[in-house]
Design a protein around this ligand. Structure first.
Ligand code: ADP
Ligand code: MG
Length: 482
């Protein structure tokens, strides 16, 4: 290590020296890291996912690790990326980042060919997950939808816990079937895919063969059933479905009114549950609220565990955004995240879409993300989401909430009991409407725009100091938004 206080040039050359000196150590460090990882994740997981990693080289402070397929890359990056980063940095402080890329056994990037030749793995014995899945076209699982990538908060923690439980111990009493329900874009499909991933990653059914998971949308189920009837191959269709270990049907509401398909699903369902196979079903409503579903089926659907995904809260939206920003590797100011979480409240899919667009824009034009660029880039989305809350509504709600007279919103009275709620209403008017400060001032008894400005900053300040007050304002906001 260099002594403190050296010139910048000295420090820099010291760092470079250190990095160069360490290059010969890379294979040894890599071997140690792999051992550590294997110990941490266990043999099975290591063999399935990590074994095929090869070290390609170092470029500056970035280590490149190769995997043979894009799919494996995505998986390893999302599940083990952070861990690889920190293990590498721990072994070799010159390393700041690990880049995981497609490739394998090919020419390393830098002059490390000799020292690294020994680390190239023999062909794997375990079939890659991907190949196993390709043999079953039904199982098209999105590699982004893992438990690790699912952000847990109050609205979804129960559904998440139930899903995890089913993935870890399929067919346990009380959890079969697992029925997940909730509005559009709240994570039902994500959780189902995560269950499938986990089941396949865990591998064995205990009978020496890979677990067989079939995931299908209800529409696909219907389509396949009708096609089977047409080609007179319903027996085959039935046998195929009844041979799986885990059956997942997504968006069951699409079977409403489709009597024959429902009947078929009902029989498949019973046949599987009777022999202890796990079923996972999702829908937009609870079994009891799904009208147009046969009563026998409805009863059976509610027989195991029913878990709902509630609408997101502001806190959950912020956590989701933070997690996605961390993955995207683009700096997005907290102010922008706050803005998005306030504006896009409908569902996670839209929130994600907005963020993706921001990130793509930032990458494309190399411009930093700011509140201004956000408003510009998301102009159309934000417009569609603009809640048409009026200043009158805000005044009315706030007055009700603080038990004051509506006329005092515009009166000249300055008593605290009146002035504070008035400030809250001004603050909300600024937040929830497109009105300008002078316009807002006019609606509050012809007050000056500086009065509004003062109210906005005062309320913001109070909210950050007084949690009870912040909660009050947040509650009002939600009431007005809904
Ligand atoms: P649904 O099936 O309920 O309509 P999806 O599972 O397709 O919703 O979710 C929509 C999008 O939002 C997906 O990209 C998903 O990854 C993402 N998403 C939903 N909930 C979460 C969450 N809690 N954490 C991270 N991403 C989420
Ligand atoms: Mg879905």
């Amino acid at each position: 290590m260099t002594s403190g206080g050296g010139s910048m040039a000295n420090d820099m050359s010291a760092t470079i020296d250190q990095a160069i000196a360490d290059i010969s150590q890379l294979p040894i460090q890599w071997a140690r890291i792999r051992n550590r990882l294997q110990g941490e994740v266990g043999d099975l997981e290591y063999r399935n996912w990590l074994r095929q990693m090869t070290l390609a080289g170092i470029d500056g402070d970035e280590i490149t690790v190769l995997l043979p397929t894009r799919f494996l890359c995505d998986w390893v990056r999302s599940r083990y990326g952070d861990r690889l980063n920190s293990l590498w940095h721990g072994e070799n402080p010159a390393v700041r980042r690990v880049d995981i890329r497609v490739g394998g056994g090919v020419a390393p990037m830098t002059g490390l060919a000799e020292s690294l030749a020994t680390t190239v793995e023999p062909p794997p014995v375990v079939p890659k997950l991907e190949e196993r899945m390709d043999q079953r076209p039904e199982l098209t699982i999105d590699p982004r939808f893992t438990f690790e990538a699912f952000v847990v908060g109050k609205p979804n923690e129960f559904a998440y816990a139930c899903s995890r439980r089913v993935a870890e111990q399929p067919s346990s009493a009380g959890f079969n079937p697992l029925f997940l329900y909730g509005g559009v874009g709240l994570g039902k499909t994500h959780l189902m895919h995560a269950i499938a991933w986990e089941l396949v990653a865990r591998g064995n059914t205990g009978v020496g063969r890979p677990v067989s998971v079939t995931y299908m949308s209800a529409e696909k189920f219907m389509y396949r059933f009708i096609a089977a009837i047409r080609s007179q191959s319903t027996m085959q269709f039935k046998e195929q479905l009844r041979s799986v270990d885990v059956l997942m049907i997504d968006d069951l509401q699409f079977l409403i009114g489709k009597d024959n398909t429902q009947e078929e699903f009902f029989h498949t369902f019973n046949a599987l549950v009777d022999v202890g196979k796990q079923i996972v079903v999702s829908a937009d409503k609870s079994p009891s609220d799904l009208s147009g579903i046969d009563d026998r089926l409805r009863t059976r659907l509610g027989y195991g565990m029913v878990a709902d995904l509630h609408a997101t809260t502001f806190e959950l939206r912020i956590s989701i955004l933070e997690a996605k920003v961390a993955r995207a590797g683009v700096a997005v100011p907290a102010k922008v995240l706050d803005f998005l979480a306030h504006k896009i409240t409908s569902n996670v899919r839209e929130l994600e879409g907005a963020l993706n667009r921001l990130v793509a824009h930032a990458n494309l034009f190399g411009r930093p993300v700011t509140l201004e660029t956000t408003q510009e880039v998301l102009h159309d989305i934000l417009k569609a989401h603009d809640r048409r809350v009026t200043i009158e509504e805000i005044q009315k709600r706030v007055a009700e909430h603080f038990s004051m007279r509506l006329t005092d919103m515009s009166s000249a009275r300055r008593a605290r009991a009146v002035a504070r709620p008035r400030q809250v209403a001004m603050y909300l008017a600024k937040q929830l409407t497109q009105r300008s400060l002078p316009e807002i001032g006019r609606r509050f008894g012809n007050r000056d725009h500086t009065t509004v400005m003062h109210a906005v900053s005062r309320v913001g300040e109070l909210m950050s100091r007084d949690a009870g007050f912040a909660e009050d304002v947040e509650l009002l906001r939600r009431m007005l938004e809904s």
